[in-house]
Ligand binder design. Sequence first.
Ligand code: 4NP
Length: 143
Amino acid sequence: MVCLGNICRSPLAQGIMEKYAPENWTVDSAGTSGWHEDERPDTRSILIAKDRGIRIDHQRSRQVNETDFEIFDVIFAMDSSNYSNLIQLAPDEQSKSKIHLILNEVSPIENRQVPDPYTGGQQGFVHVYNLLEEAIQSFIKKH
Ligand code: 4NP
């Protein structure tokens, strides 16, 4: 699960995926930037996750790296900026093919974005949570 800062959207995506995924899946999140290296998720993400019964406060931000393309089978980008940055970082074609916009799990080909909630209020985080839950449940159903 990849966003820009790895403190707002992707920690929520990680927490939701961990809730619904089979136990033998490895789930993680990272940011295309290293701006918030080793920070815990934004308090607004922690709050909406807690409201929905998910704990994410143990997560720590890290930057995505080339090894992620070896470890993971699927890499979800939250928006098209994250997507482009991941494509640039991917070492080969097989790695590029692992990268998907997460909302295409709900509405394929439309390339909808999970909006960056960082500069807004709590309602933006609730919206992000709801978008992510729908996309992740849709992905899980197909796998
Ligand atoms: P995220 O949100 O990519 O969902 O973690 C952001 C967090 C921090 C910043 C931007 C977006 N920032 O500019 O520091």
